[in-house]
Design a binder for this molecule. Structure first.
Ligand SMILES: [Zn+2]
Length: 236
């Protein structure tokens, strides 16, 4: 099991940790700031700093076989650390922060477009959501204007936990049909943008929508009769 420190504090850039296991395919630590790919958000990249000054480049982060196991994927030529080694795990913060800003921006987009979300992907500087919009076309300029207004309104963003039973009673909270929230652990993590959006999400988010900065609706594509793909990009 890996303690996922990013879940309670997405702004942590580094942490001290100990190697649990190491193989060419990946390194498992007892705790980490590295987010594992999931929910449309890419895994973190960064470095592991060893006590002797060497560093191991981490090219990706993925989930292991267990639900709470996080695997740091090293560069192919890396010399692996021995289990028990104490090290410092540090993410590429500039990249992660852009992913957090775009991720949170997609929550705002979700609140503006009617219809179920059928897919989504967060990229570095860009992001997209696919919506099932029965019989409607989407107004690119109007969405962009309302999105930037929500960003500028500086809404607070915060995680909140609810029990599985309450979530079962409130199915309207689940907008993203392609990514079912992880029930069964007794509680589910929600992300609330005060007064705007509330939905289950295990990703990393910024604390205030103002941090997103100006965005543009780059494109709206028709992906089938009812499916609309809205692609966002940072405007600066
Ligand atoms: Zn989220």
């Amino acid at each position: 099991m890996t303690e996922p420190l990013f879940r309670d504090d997405a702004y942590l850039r580094l942490c001290e940790a100990r190697v649990v296991a190491a193989a060419p395919g990946g390194i498992v630590l007892d705790r980490t700031v590295f987010y594992a790919v999931g929910g449309g958000q890419p895994g973190d990249t960064g470095v592991l700093r060893l006590p002797d000054g060497r560093t191991i480049a981490i090219l990706d982060t993925v989930k292991g076989s267990g639900a709470e196991e996080i695997i740091h994927v090293p560069a192919p030529d890396a010399t692996l650390p021995a289990p028990g080694t104490a090290l410092t795990a540090e993410i590429d913060w500039q990249r992660r922060y852009r992913l957090m800003r775009m991720h949170t921006c997609l929550h705002l987009l979700c609140s503006l477009v009617p219809g179920a979300v059928t897919g989504g992907q967060i990229g570095d500087g860009r992001g997209r959501l696919d919506f099932d919009v029965p019989g409607a076309s989407l107004d690119k300029a109007a969405i962009e204007e309302r999105l930037n207004a929500l960003i500028a309104a500086a809404h607070a963003v915060a995680p909140r936990w609810i029990g599985d039973e309450e979530l079962a009673r409130r199915p309207e909270l689940v907008r993203t049909m392609s990514v079912k929230p992880p029930v069964g652990a007794g509680r589910v993590r929600l992300v609330e943008i005060a007064g705007v959006d509330l939905q289950p999400c295990g990703g990393t988010h910024i604390r205030n929508t103002a941090e997103i900065g100006p965005v543009a609706v780059a494109k709206i594509e028709n992906k089938g009769r009812q499916n609309r793909r809205v692609i966002l990009a940072f405007a600066e």
